[in-house]
Ligand binder design. Structure first.
Ligand SMILES: Cc1ncc(COP(=O)(O)O)c(C=O)c1O
Length: 400
């Protein structure tokens, strides 16, 4: 018998080698209690959360929690099936109505996760003979959506408008084309030049999908994302998003003005063949989305936090993923995986939780400590975070 697990041997070895250095397994942390959007108890210690994507801090919002409790009591704990068979609950409709209003678009379709939204939309609308043109640093759910469908896949260099244009010009003019972009790329926290990318895509007759997972709620005047901030939202055919970041719960969605959009409810397999979100989840999502429409003060404070942390870390001597803060994600580049894991552990001992990210999730083989800021982080907490980075960085020898 061939052991089907033998393909994982190199990864198992790499993990064992890392643990043999004495470092704690960065992927087995347990949060014993979560106190607020910015604080949890980890290993019995009060820890500042700086790696949760909880950008707008909605997880403990009292209206959000009340809506969830109410729906749990009135509609029960789950839908026990797909909307196509078991029916749409009032809460699903309210959630889709909130999304349509949030984006000022005609159609909204809620999926069980953002991963499934990308999987479903990309694999369903780009079929045999069509082309999906995507940034090489796209999220796994975008790649998996491509792998599940039958379209030809064409990748172009990260955030390179010329490379995108060249690829588009080589494709048959009459072929169906879907250009897939992200507003914020979550590994380095950099934003896409959507304005130019959408212009060249439209000139080539392509439809455009933008995944705004890491920008919804925060970037743009109304929190609609990078496409809104760059004044090109009207040219985007499909916006994909998630409830697992700024919205503060779980779920995914696609919004669009395409007149035939609703047919997707019958043909999109990751929508049809899976259970719909529980009533409490869609109730929390709808309440959170409606509150995010009035979140401009929070957005302004989050920008302040992002600028303060970026400048502070750079002044301390850390190497960062972007020259300027472009989003609520600040990536600190580590020399290698071993040093990255040591720094991650040192920060945890200081009472600071960040994400350790490594290849293949990261671009160019980088090891990153990814920080995601929250609108609920106070100025004092950001100061604390910088102090903890300084102490840990000196102890591990990342900074002098
Ligand atoms: C760009 C992007 N798209 C989609 C997703 C998937 O979202 P979800 O957590 O809702 O599955 C993520 C999650 O990390 C993401 O970063």
């Amino acid at each position: 018998m061939t052991d089907l697990f033998s393909k994982f041997d190199p990864l198992i070895q790499q993990r064992e080698d890392l643990l043999a250095t004495g470092v704690t397994d960065p992927f087995s942390l347990v949060m014993e209690r979560v106190v607020s959007p910015t604080v949890a108890i980890c290993n019995g210690r009060e820890t500042i959360l700086l790696g949760t994507y909880n950008y707008m801090g909605m997880t403990f919002d009292e209206d959000v929690i009340a809506a969830g409790k109410d729906a749990l009591e009135k509609f029960g704990s789950g839908t026990t099936g797909s909307r196509v068979l078991n029916g749409t609950y009032q809460g699903h409709k309210e959630c889709e109505d909130a999304l349509k209003e949030f984006y000022a678009m005609d159609h909204a379709m809620v999926f069980s996760t953002g991963y499934q939204a990308n999987l479903g939309i990309i694999s369903t609308i780009a079929g045999k003979g069509d082309y999906v043109i995507l940034d090489i640093d796209s999220h796994a759910s975008i790649y998996d959506g491509c792998a599940m469908g039958n379209a030809e896949i064409v990748a172009f260099r990260h955030n390179d408008v010329e490379a995108l244009e060249k690829r588009l010009k080589r494709l048959p003019p009459e072929a169906g084309k879907l250009v897939v972009l992200e507003g914020v790329y979550s590994m380095l926290g950099d934003i896409a030049p959507l304005k130019d990318m959408i212009r060249v895509s439209k000139e080539a007759g392509a439809m455009v999908l933008v995944d705004e997972a890491h920008s919804m709620g925060f970037i743009g005047e109304n929190g609609r994302g990078v496409a809104e901030a760059q004044g090109v939202l009207d040219d985007v055919d499909f916006v994909i998003g998630t409830f697992s970041k700024s919205v503060g719960t779980v779920g995914g969605f696609c919004v669009s003005n395409h007149p035939k959009f609703e047919i997707l409810r019958l043909v999109c397999r990751p929508y049809v063949f899976t259970a719909s979100l529980p009533p409490s989840v869609v109730a929390t999502a709808a309440t959170s989305i409606r509150k995010l429409m009035h979140g401009s003060n929070k957005r302004a404070h989050l920008w302040e936090n992002s600028k303060t942390l970026h400048k502070g870390l750079r002044d301390l001597g850390f190497t960062l993923g972007t020259e300027e803060p472009q989003s609520a994600i600040i990536a600190v580049i580590m020399p290698d995986l071993e040093k990255g894991a040591m720094m991650w552990e040192a920060l945890l001992e200081e009472g600071l939780y960040v994400n350790l990210a490594r290849p293949p999730a990261t671009p160019a083989g980088m090891t990153l400590l990814r920080c995601s800021l929250c609108a609920e982080h106070s100025i004092e907490q950001v100061g604390e975070i910088l102090g903890r980075f300084e102490r840990a960085g000196k102890r591990v020898g990342i900074i002098g």
